[in-house]
Structures are given as structure tokens and as C-alpha cells.
Design a protein around this ligand. Structure first.
Ligand SMILES: [Zn+2]
Ligand SMILES: [Zn+2]
Length: 265
């Protein structure tokens, strides 16, 4: 299983990155052809990320797109995805699995500016996420965990085949947007890689919206993860501050995400 950071800037696009968007890939059998191929799943599709995705894969080859929640910084580029699928020069692309919290398609229509009777049925197969109800996409098992944010939100625990030994399974977890909570703590339990938002620093005292580097590192420590990658850092925040706050909580493997970073598990 491989994770590629397509976009990682917090709350908006930034000078060096699109907003939140992560590509998870794994090799597995395709039941339609019987052939082993690479499966491609996006977690979030923030502003600017759909174009950036083309650097890594042929965007026609997406298998699923999952929204952790419906804030625009995590799903705004659905408008680019929709145009790509409906108006591809050689003909429309088949409907794509699109999963997110309740109200997702109303949100897509709202961003897109389409009428309420637009179904997008030729572009998307909408799936409503539910807490702890796993989704299977090829060899990847993706389990949503309820998060602690200002709107319904999920983190994702993703299990898939190891790159080095496809007969063994590895796990990563992505927090989406969240503050500390039991559910996200449980999601992170024992994963190889925890991709955690750190949208706030200690200077931000409001609770119930975002983690800080320190709170993310505390989750990592208590969950016994192998490595922590901090993301969703706003462009006005110095990542060194976020890392320093994380270091106070955990002396394990901590880094910050950047556009183009890949992690092989
Ligand atoms: Zn966000
Ligand atoms: Zn949010």
C-alpha cells in the first residue's frame, strides 16, 4: 500500500500545495478482468488537488473518492472531477464511487451551481459513510471513524497489502479534521502510519475543531503508531512550531507532509 500526498495545506490551497488530498494505492485482483492491477483511492479532494493528481496517475483510473467531511477545503475540487468525467473528449467516463457524510450530493450541487434535480448519476455512485461501516475498494478496506469537528466528519483507517510482502496486511489512518476524541484515538491504534491533521498550534485555544501538533503526537504515542505525519498546516503557520509542539509529547518518528511525498507501507 502506498500513500501519496497530493495536497496538504490546511484550510485552503497554499503556495506550494493544493488543499487536503491524499492518494492511496495498492495492487490487487480486478474481479472484472481477473488481472492484478493498481487500485487508486482518493481521501479528500481539496481546492487545486484534482489537477495535481494528474502528476501521479491517469485521473481516469480512479476507483473511489472519499470525503472525510463536507468542508470545501476537503472536497471543493469535486467540480473538476465532475467535468472530467462528464466531458472527457472520448466520451463520458463510467460512474465513480463517491463516498462522504450525509448531504454530500446537495453539497456537490451547491458548489457546482447545478439545479436541485441534477443527479450526477452518470458521473458518480454516491455512498453515505457511517461510523465503523467498512468500505471495500479492491484490496483496500477503508473504515470510517466518527471525528470531533464542527460538522459530521470521519477519519479513515485503511488496511491493504504490504508493498514488500503482498501476503501481509498493513494499516494507515487519516484523521480528516478533528479534535481529540475516543473514536479517533481508537482508529489510530497500532497503525504503521498516522496521517494527522494539525490545523492549530498552542496559540489557538478553541476546542472541538482541530488538533495541534501536541495533541496529534499524544494520539500517536498512546496508539503506539510507527510514524506520525502531520498535515493540514495552514500556509501562515511555521511547520517548525507544529513539529516542536509535537516533540514535547512524543519522541517517535514525526514529519510534516508536503505535496509529492510518498510513503510505502
Ligand atoms: Zn480542513
Ligand atoms: Zn473541516
Amino acid at each position: 500500500m502506498r500513500l501519496t500526498v497530493v495536497g496538504c495545506t490546511g484550510s485552503m490551497s497554499g503556495p506550494y500545495s493544493a488543499a487536503s488530498s491524499y492518494l492511496v494505492q495498492a495492487r490487487g485482483a480486478d474481479p472484472d478482468t481477473g488481472q492484478v492491477r493498481t487500485w487508486n483511492v482518493m481521501m479528500d479532494l481539496g481546492p487545486g488537488s484534482f489537477g495535481a493528481l494528474w502528476r501521479y496517475i491517469d485521473a481516469r483510473k480512479l476507483d473511489a473518492v472519499l470525503f472525510s467531511h463536507l468542508h470545501a477545503d476537503h472536497m471543493g475540487d469535486v467540480i473538476s472531477l465532475q467535468v472530467h468525467r462528464r466531458w472527457y473528449p472520448t466520451g463520458p467516463l463510467p460512474p465513480l464511487l463517491l463516498a462522504g457524510p450525509e448531504g454530500m450530493m446537495d453539497r456537490v450541487r451547491g458548489i457546482d451551481g447545478y439545479a436541485p434535480d441534477e443527479t450526477y448519476e452518470k458521473e458518480f455512485v454516491p455512498v453515505q459513510l457511517a461510523d465503523r461501516e467498512p468500505l471495500q475498494v479492491g484490496p483496500l478496506t477503508i473504515t470510517p471513524y466518527a471525528a470531533n469537528h464542527t460538522v459530521p466528519a470521519f477519519g479513515f483507517r485503511v488496511e491493504g497489502p504490504s508493498e514488500g510482502d503482498p501476503s501481509s496486511r498493513v494499516e494507515l489512518a487519516y484523521t480528516g479534521d478533528t479534535d481529540t476524541c475516543d473514536s479517533i484515538q481508537e482508529m489510530a491504534n497500532g497503525v504503521s502510519l498516522l496521517l494527522s491533521e494539525a490545523g492549530f498550534t498552542r496559540a489557538d485555544t478553541t476546542r472541538g475543531i482541530h488538533l495541534t501538533g501536541g495533541r496529534a503526537a499524544k494520539i500517536a504515542r498512546e496508539a503506539g503508531v510507527e510514524s506520525l505525519v502531520l498535515t493540514h498546516i495552514q500556509p501562515w503557520t511555521d511547520p517548525k512550531i507544529v513539529i516542536a509542539e509535537a516533540r514535547e509529547e512524543w519522541d517517535g518518528a514525526i514529519s510534516t507532509a508536503y505535496a509529492g511525498a510518498t510513503y510505502s507501507l
